[in-house]
Design a protein around this ligand. Structure first.
Ligand code: NAD
Length: 269
């Protein structure tokens, strides 16, 4: 299926790793020019290697999504290289690094940075790109949230709360922007092996007595077996497939949707 993405320009936040990188790779393989925005020092190298492999224009910029001034500089830089941005995939996020169960294990002081990056980061990205998309009467935002934002997951309460906020604000954006021809959708991954997922295990493992500690593989495989009906991990590419479709005009009748790629973890009716 041709997604008609060739020649379009995308920004992918959190694009240097995990799900963001898979999204950038999928968009580039469809002929999209892609800017990777990430805090990681490897961002420029990752972008250069992606551009070489896919034969599209890429750029990697060090951007902290919680800093609106930095975002504005990056937006101008990206538009100078690629032209107007038609697709924004927002995947950057952090965990608190602490394990809940109960929520009092995560002191209130640790909520600040998580909310700053995960909620306000999304808000800053939305403010940076929506006005131009409205002016051009076209554009597509895809936000990567989480099933944790739908089920009151106790694993990392500030993270779960921030992901619920992402889902809600994306719906609010979708309503505001629909009359202007701009679409906004949300994808919720289930369990994907990435540094962020590993940080959840580390937080859990660190608070266990030595006899109860497990390797990441043992902990995660048991979790997948217990909570995922399809009994397998989701891969970054599984998430990227849906993100790429939603970003494209093939999804032109879809906006304000929250779709899970989670092996059946959360089932609504
Ligand atoms: P990851 O750690 O591989 O990637 C996250 C990227 O975001 C990293 O490259 C990191 O440097 C970047 N980042 C962090 N803070 C940033 C900031 N302030 N500014 C810019 N970049 C920043 O993790 P991932 O698992 O690929 O996570 C991607 C998205 O998927 C996140 O939104 C996460 O909540 C969501 N998610 C992941 C899982 C999972 O199991 N891995 C499950 C559900 C949802």
């Amino acid at each position: 299926m041709d997604l008609f993405l060739s020649g379009q320009n995308a920004v992918v936040t959190g694009g240097a790793s995990g799900i963001g990188l898979a999204c950038a790779t999928a968009l580039a393989s469809e002929g999209c020019h892609v800017a990777l925005w990430d805090l990681s020092p490897s961002t420029a190298d990752v972008a250069a290697s992606l551009g070489q492999k896919a034969g599209v224009k890429t750029e990697g910029l060090i951007v902290d999504v919680s800093q609106p001034a930095t975002i504005e500089v990056a937006r101008l830089q990206t538009e100078e290289l690629l032209g107007p941005v038609t697709i924004v995939v927002h995947s950057a996020a952090i965990s608190s690094g602490r394990f809940g169960f109960p929520f009092t294990n995560v002191p209130a002081s640790l909520w600040d940075r998580v909310l700053d990056v995960n909620i306000l980061g999304m808000v800053h990205i939305a403010h940076a790109f929506a006005p131009q998309m409205v002016e051009r009467r076209s554009g597509s935002f895809v936000f990567v949230a989480s099933v944790a934002g739908q089920i009151g997951s106790q694993t990392d309460p500030p993270y779960s709360a921030s992901k619920a906020a992402n889902i809600n604000f994306a719906q609010c954006m979708a309503k505001d922007l629909a009359p202007h021809g701009v679409r906004v959708n949300t994808v919720c991954p289930g369990m994907v092996q990435t540094p962020l997922n590993q940080s959840v295990w580390r937080a859990w493992n660190d608070q266990q007595p030595p006899e109860l500690r497990r390797t990441y593989e043992d902990w995660a495989n048991e979790k997948v077996k217990n909570v995922i009906p399809l009994k397998r991990w989701q891969k970054p590419e599984d998430i990227a497939n849906l993100v790429t479709f939603l970003a494209s005009e093939r999804a032109s009748e879809m906006t304000g949707q929250t779709i899970n790629v989670d092996g059946g973890f959360v089932m609504h009716w």
